[in-house]
Design a protein around this ligand. Structure first.
Ligand code: PLP
Length: 384
């Protein structure tokens, strides 16, 4: 049987692969605690449920919309961009997608040719590298500095395209305005196009989030900004996202999306309008902060793990190099011995670290998972 070289040369996305394994174990009746991705335990905001319920109860017709999404949907997203991000956009520059992943794939496809280089700071969201592999691109992985400066950027190789993830998964870094300005000057000087993933824009625990597009001429520079309802509104399975792109790129993305899915589901577009109208969900952010701090207190005295307090996001990023650099083996053994799934740093470009998604399930389950993780690491440390 023939499988294309492109697919054969790629690997399944590590996060969805691990989550799939967890699901399979659970289907067999095994009680796995899943920290491998971040699936919020909150329901979607009530206005989303109301809007979708009303559309169904009123038996609204739901035709195919234009590939980029219905005009009123894209107009409402322009209003969101103006209100929350300070970006002036036109409806033609918006494309509604089945989640940020689809927006990322389409933007990368539309902006590059096979062999082009894509600079990605590591640790990184696994989908950036996997998508590059699928498209025959050359990912160039560079350590994310604690502070991005003209000097740290000057030391990076030039790339045809740069991916910025702000706020950042998994470290929780929220880029400052000065850092983004330094990135702008650097990409301008290098003639690199940019994809900015702002999917976690609402999950900051304090620092203000700045949209890169407000600091540059994003149309001239070739900047695509990606948004998602998954984390901001606890709507992972709804698959709602959109991209803001210069017209030429937005149209190229439509050329790709048309034959694959045409538009996103019309019902999902109804939800998109309602979701992106909701603004930051403060009750979620407050609860995530409490969970974050509870876990950090618990591991503070554990000698083999070091965790910085993240400024944003649903992840804790732990340095376990005092114990092992082989975090893939660590994750496998933790799953087998304790029934706890985590993401090994290897999948995010940095072995010796682990990523813990801490927003799933109830707090008891969270802390039970942390207790099992610590017990496992303590046993490993005692054997050394
Ligand atoms: N971007 C990053 C960096 C992520 O970690 C995630 C995962 O939640 C997303 C985007 C959301 O992707 P999607 O909208 O496809 O669920």
């Amino acid at each position: 049987m023939k499988i294309s070289h492109r697919i054969a040369a790629s690997r399944p996305l590590a996060t969805t692969a691990m989550h799939g394994r967890v699901e399979a174990f659970r289907n067999e009746g095994m009680g796995i605690i899943d920290f491998s991705i971040a699936i919020s335990h909150f329901p979607p905001p009530a206005p989303v449920l109301d809007a979708v319920t009303a559309a169904v109860q009123e038996e609204r017709t739901m035709p195919y919309t234009g590939v980029a999404g219905a005009l009123d949907v894209r107009r409402s997203l322009c209003t969101k961009l103006q209100r929350e991000n300070g970006i002036d956009a036109k409806a033609g520059e918006i494309i509604v997608t089945n989640g940020a992943k689809q927006a990322l794939y389409e933007a990368l496809y539309a902006m590059t040719d096979p062999g082009d280089s894509v600079l990605i700071f590591k640790p990184h969201w696994p989908a950036y590298v996997t998508t590059c592999q699928l498209l025959g691109l050359t990912p160039v992985l560079v350590d994310l500095p604690d502070q991005v400066t003209p000097a740290t950027l000057g030391a990076c190789p030039r790339a045809d395209l740069v991916i910025i993830n702000n706020p950042h998964n998994p470290t929780g870094k929220v880029y400052t305005k000065q850092e983004l300005e330094a990135i702008r000057d650097w990409v301008e000087a290098n003639g690199s196009q940019v994809i900015v993933d702002e999917s976690y824009e609402h999950l900051s625990f304090g620092p203000a989030h700045t949209s890169f597009a407000t600091l540059c001429d994003w149309r001239a520079l070739g900047v695509v900004t990606i948004f998602s309802a998954s984390q901001s509104y606890a709507m992972m399975g709804w698959r709602l996202g959109f991209a803001l792109a210069p017209l030429e790129i937005a149209e190229a993305m439509q050329t790709l999306q048309g034959p694959i899915t045409a538009a996103a589901s019309h019902l999902a577009q109804v939800a998109t309008v309602a979701a992106f109208d909701c603004g930051p969900q403060q009750h979620m952010i407050d609860e995530y902060r409490e969970r974050r701090d509870t876990v950090l207190r618990h591991v503070r005295e554990v000698p083999w793990i070091e965790m910085k307090c993240p400024d944003s996001g649903p992840y804790l990023w732990g340095d376990v190099r005092a114990l092992t650099h082989d975090t893939e083996a660590f994750a496998e053994a933790l799953l087998a011995e304790e029934g706890v799934a985590i993401m090994p740093g290897d999948a995010l470009g940095v072995p010796g670290f682990i990523r813990i998604g801490y927003i799933c399930d109830d707090t008891w389950t969270l802390m039970e998972g942390v207790r099992r993780l610590v017990a496992f690491g303590d046993r490993m440390a005692a054997r050394r």
